[in-house]
Design a protein around this ligand. Sequence first.
Ligand code: ADP
Length: 558
Amino acid sequence: MPIGEALIGTCGTAIYTGEPVICADVENSAQWSAAWRQLCLANGIRACYSHPAQGHGSRAVGSFFLCLGEAREPNAWEKRVAEFGALATGSVVERERAAAHLRKQLDSLARLQELSAELVGPGQFELLLKKILAAAADISGTDKGNIQIWDPVKRSLRIVVHQGLGARLVEHFLEDGWDASCGEAARHIQRLVVPDVLELDALRGTLGLEIVVEDDIRSIQCTPLLSRDGRLLGMLNNHYRQPGGPSPDALRYIDLLARQAAELVERHQHESELAQERQHKDEFLAMLAHELRNPLAPMRNMLEVQKRSQGNWPQVMEANEVIERQLLQLVRLVDDLLDVNRINRGKLELRMESVALDAVVQQAIEMCRPALEARGHQLQLTLPSQPVAVHGDSARLTQVLGNLLTNAAKYTASGGLIQLQVECHAPQVTITVQDNGSGIPEDQLDHIFEMFSQVDRSLERSQGGLGIGLMLVKRLVEMHGGTVQAQSDGLGHGSRFTVVLPLPEAELAALPAPTPPPLTIPRRILVADDNNDAATSLAAILKMEGHHAHTVCSGAEP
Ligand code: ADP
């Protein structure tokens, strides 16, 4: 019999009001429902006395029903019997409920313990997340829910596992939970329980609400998954058919499950990063081997040419040029690698002085001239009318511009136009290197400054390189207190790199007086190197410059 304000039967009324209820004449008491009276009469009940059975709290947990075979008031003894019966009923119901509650808690704990054991092992990420979700749903009395992962770059929550939800709901909120209640909870990094979706102002009149209601959802709980250092990793959400949401007990278990889910997500992300790093390293080693081998083949060939040239001077000179070019390529590669290593270990030091920017630009152009000429590029140079001085390391600034110009030459088809422009707008100077070459896809613009980042990562790509040049450019520019930025209208539309450097205070701006080339004074030089070839070759160059050079390969040699 339903319980409530409507006077249907005595027991329901006793439970509802918390007071004993007497019906001395069932047949003629019209205030009770006809169906209830018929049921009583069919069972020979002519009068009755319902006493509410009190639990521990203030609400009745049931009622003791004393039935009389004749229409009359219950006597004092019968009332005492009903009172006692109600007391016993109350404690039996309470005990049963407490036992059921305890059983449920034990079940939940066992489930948590089982899950914890599984999470320690390897296991598949999504399968384990599904198990956590199933446990959260079960424990909080529903079959609906999902787990979302937070993407800090796209600033979106993506559903990765779900259960009991309709396809329309999953599709609607797949990437787009940011505006829904889970997004609200995520923004505040705090659990949100929506006790009744129909009462939530933010949802009123939205398509989201229509879909949620269509899915038979009245209340929702959204618990953030947080890393150990408090970063948002995702959300654990459950959806309930009734208003009210989960009980406080269930929420406590959901907290534990959310912790497990967060650890799983964090571990998974960490493992994915490691795997990616490993893959990058393998790719890098393959590329490094490739890049180191490339110059070696022509050098070896040209050495053979020299050996067989029998004094053919033009042939020897041509072979020399090839060897020199390829050697320079190798030296640059190794220098770049060493620089990366130094920068990563914080060991790269700048020799800061007042530097004439025109000189830096000219040196960089000289450095890249072979690459520019080999491809027949046109270089357009625009310098400010007044000389500009910056506070920096001349060699490193040359390296920065040299790398940008080399890239412009490399990634532009023959006969391209490369523009180098220096503009001075106090308190900064802007250097732009622009080409009309292959361009850079928009989604790569931010990444190309990362170590080993290349738009085309195949070994068969037409342009060599290790993907460290731009990373060096960025770090060196930053060490000078500046910034570098890449722009492109996309593939095939050229690229533009903009370096901005701070201009020094007025007193620093004084340009250094050009230093005359040093005169060579013949000296006696000892070249000590355990690499005999290195020692001999260096001594040979020193002798050509008019010095007296002597080589030793160890400290023991005279
Ligand atoms: P590398 O040239 O050795 O590959 P970098 O670090 O210098 O390495 O450049 C990283 C990537 O950026 C290149 O592989 C290329 O994909 C892209 N890139 C750099 N400069 C340009 C440019 N001027 N035009 C088009 N793409 C470029």
